[in-house]
Design a protein around this ligand. Structure first.
Ligand code: CP
Length: 310
């Protein structure tokens, strides 16, 4: 039984297989239109989502499979006090694979311990979001053509932004990667990312406050929204939410081939005027999310049938 709780649960070879399969799906979608016939995907979403849930569901439907699930904890028996462990035991007899999003860090991992079907973490609190990372990697592979020799800037809420934590972990496995971590002091990357990921692998990084001064060096700028739902105090959120707003003037400081990624949803951190810049690829990125999730569903179900990912 293979679960995906962290983006590094796939080896680099397996990740290559995933991304290559996703690119083949982009080229020849019809070839895969029946790949999951009679298979069911359960989406267990205890926290709001547009892209992750709907792209998982679109992915399974594109593969000829079926979907079931809930889009909020309130619409499930969690509202009556049912544990994640009991829920997944039951869902294991209703579906072949499941994607779970939960506000508590570690909840998908707990689910995986009690599951007899593959569990995919679709975002757990401020911790990890592996399928967003696979989406980000497919975007970088397809549009940049490489993972090595990149200077990647992360800007905004680096404390609570689980997509940031996951992507740092995934990119740290490639050669000659440098990170520029752009945030106010209160929203810096958690120390466990520095202590357990960056420092042990000697990954060069700098923590800065100015987006403008970082712009000229970046190959990729990964913008994030300030995560309102993870703040304990509304005053702090209001004070910090508009710290960074990417606009056309700031884009003029960047390399001509820099890419702007954003996991979305966007609030104010990217001005709408930037959307027409060819370097702004965040809507294309959201589209890539369907293909990479199609590839992941295929590979995990195959592995469940005894055919290893590679
Ligand atoms: N990127 C992402 O996780 O978006 P949703 O919250 O809409 O799923």
């Amino acid at each position: 039984m293979r679960h995906i709780i962290s983006p590094t649960d796939l080896t680099l070879t397996e990740l290559d297989e995933l991304l290559n399969l996703a690119e083949d799906i982009i080229k020849s979608p019809k070839k895969y239109s029946d790949a999951c016939h009679r298979k069911k995907l359960a989406t267990l979403f205890y926290e709001p989502s547009t892209r992750t849930r709907l792209s998982f569901e679109a992915a399974m439907l594109n593969l000829g499979g079926s979907i079931l699930g809930f889009s909020s904890g309130d619409a499930s028996s969690a509202s009556k006090g049912e544990s994640v462990a009991d829920t997944i035991r039951v869902i294991s007899s209703y579906a072949d694979i499941c994607a779970i999003r939960h506000p508590k860090e570690g909840a998908p991992y707990v689910a995986s311990l009690h599951s007899s079907i593959p569990v995919i973490n679709a975002g757990d609190g401020g911790h990890n979001h592996p399928t967003q990372t696979f989406t980000d990697l497919l975007t970088i592979k397809n549009l940049k053509g490489r993972f090595d020799n990149l200077t990647v800037g992360f800007c905004g809420d680096l404390k609570f932004g689980r997509t940031v934590h996951s992507l740092i972990g995934a990119l740290s496995r490639y050669n000659n990667i440098k990170f520029v971590l752009i945030s106010p002091e209160e929203l810096q990357v958690p120390s466990y990312i520095k202590d357990q990921v960056l420092d042990p692998q000697n990954i060069p990084y700098e923590e800065v406050k100015s987006l403008e001064s970082a712009m000229p060096d970046l190959d990729i700028l990964y913008m994030t929204r300030v995560q309102k739902e993870r703040f304990f105090n509304e005053e702090d959120y209001i004070r910090l939410k508009d710290t960074y707003i990417l606009n056309s003037r700031k884009m003029s400081l960047a390399k001509e081939d820099m890419l702007v990624l954003h996991p979305l949803p966007r609030v104010n951190e990217i001005a709408v005027e930037v959307d027409d810049d060819p370097r702004a690829v965040y809507f294309k990125q959201a589209q890539f999310g369907v293909y990479v999730r199609m590839a992941l569903i295929i590979l995990l179900l195959r592995e469940g049938e005894g055919r290893p990912i590679c």
